[in-house]
Design a protein around this ligand. Sequence first.
Ligand code: G16
Length: 540
Amino acid sequence: MDLGAITKYSALHAKPNGLILQYGTAGFRTKAEHLDHVMFRMGLLAVLRSKQTKSTIGVMVTASHNPEEDNGVKLVDPLGEMLAPSWEEHATCLANAEEQDMQRVLIDISEKEAVNLQQDAFVVIGRDTRPSSEKLSQSVIDGVTVLGGQFHDYGLLTTPQLHYMVYCRNTGGRYGKATIEGYYQKLSKAFVELTKQASCSGDEYRSLKVDCANGIGALKLREMEHYFSQGLSVQLFNDGSKGKLNHLCGADFVKSHQKPPQGMEIKSNERCCSFDGDADRIVYYYHDADGHFHLIDGDKIATLISSFLKELLVEIGESLNIGVVQTAYANGSSTRYLEEVMKVPVYCTKTGVKHLHHKAQEFDIGVYFEANGHGTALFSTAVEMKIKQSAEQLEDKKRKAAKMLENIIDLFNQAAGDAISDMLVIEAILALKGLTVQQWDALYTDLPNRQLKVQVADRRVISTTDAERQAVTPPGLQEAINDLVKKYKLSRAFVRPSGTEDVVRVYAEADSQGSRLVVWIFIIWPLHILLKVCAKPGQS
Ligand code: G16
């Protein structure tokens, strides 16, 4: 390690005095102007992680659903997963080290993790369309090169595409080709194969309106659409040609406001969806004949996917262990439907796909989705092999189902939740099952629910347990929540500090005769006031 060179270059990416950041739900996120030093240092850290794992490591420059002025960075581990928790701690230490302590922190990490500094390192980098992203990804490259790492800069990519590239590179191409064409071809081939089997392929199934949140999703979907146009025609909105990233549009806006994005005209019963800023989340929606807006979020996406997978397994005659993973935000109706009607085991983890992904890996087939539309399905290697064999050997009807499952497996991005891949999976399932968006929506009725972001003096005073469903501090908060919810049937509420924004998130649902207003007035609003009072600095 050339410590002299590191010190020299680090001074060019100096840390603002007193700035403390934490590797949160999805890496570091804050205003873009505060991130130059973090990017340089994450370049350094990616090299150490690459040397330690003897694998390619990814660095993605994005703040996903956050406002355009923000930016962020996260590291991608060898199998395309989020960074291991112990390395998240190293990331936080390194990002917060004062200039004079940088060398010591780097040496500490190398020693603790037994990094062989002679080992080669390779890092791949991607970025979203934020105005600040290009310069910040250059700072990552500076960090990589000063520590002697090799790199490939993919430039503009969706976050899940970068996860895919890392996974492909570390599996010697077994998972796919580590190029953008490789990604387009793999997914489109599987999609076209699947939709050829659909008996329902009329206009209703062939067209979809997509709100791209004015982000990278528009660019990539436009590049990709001719690969799958045989099976689906997409009409893009909020494609970045005028509006601001994530502003009044995108999956996060649609989900939290439960209304359509600006800039999209929706006719009744038309199927529409929204991506978020880096295209790792997707939600669907439509207007009914009376003009009412209906949201189909991650919970219903998980239900559609897991029920389809279960049906295929029955046809093939395989009994595999399927599990669904959700978070505290999952609507109570979805959990009840999955457990009681579909008889699928459901697990709840903390917010953050890293937690859900990890849990989903415990099953033969693990389907995980956050209510906000972030998720995918994972298939164990044994299942993949079994299905491949079945697709060759079984008799006609079973073989057809096995072939379908084989294509569905290829269509999922198993490295990370991916709006483009999920969209194609959903479109294929709807066409194969001949389901309209209304029929899909009618699987169960969501309990009325609301979410709110509350800005408080210090969100760190709130700590939680039980997969974030119970508040531990400040004292008295959980008792107050219990008092508020006990008046309503099937009601539930929780608060948790966000790991991507400087806010506290409040969620509540209740069987309140279909009224979200009741949830708002009698649960969310009193909680909002309570939080303002109790989340003052120094109270933890
Ligand atoms: C990120 C994470 C998601 C998480 C979301 C909100 O999404 O990847 O798993 O649900 O942040 O997290 P929090 O409530 O802690 O702010 P994205 O799409 O912004 O990357």
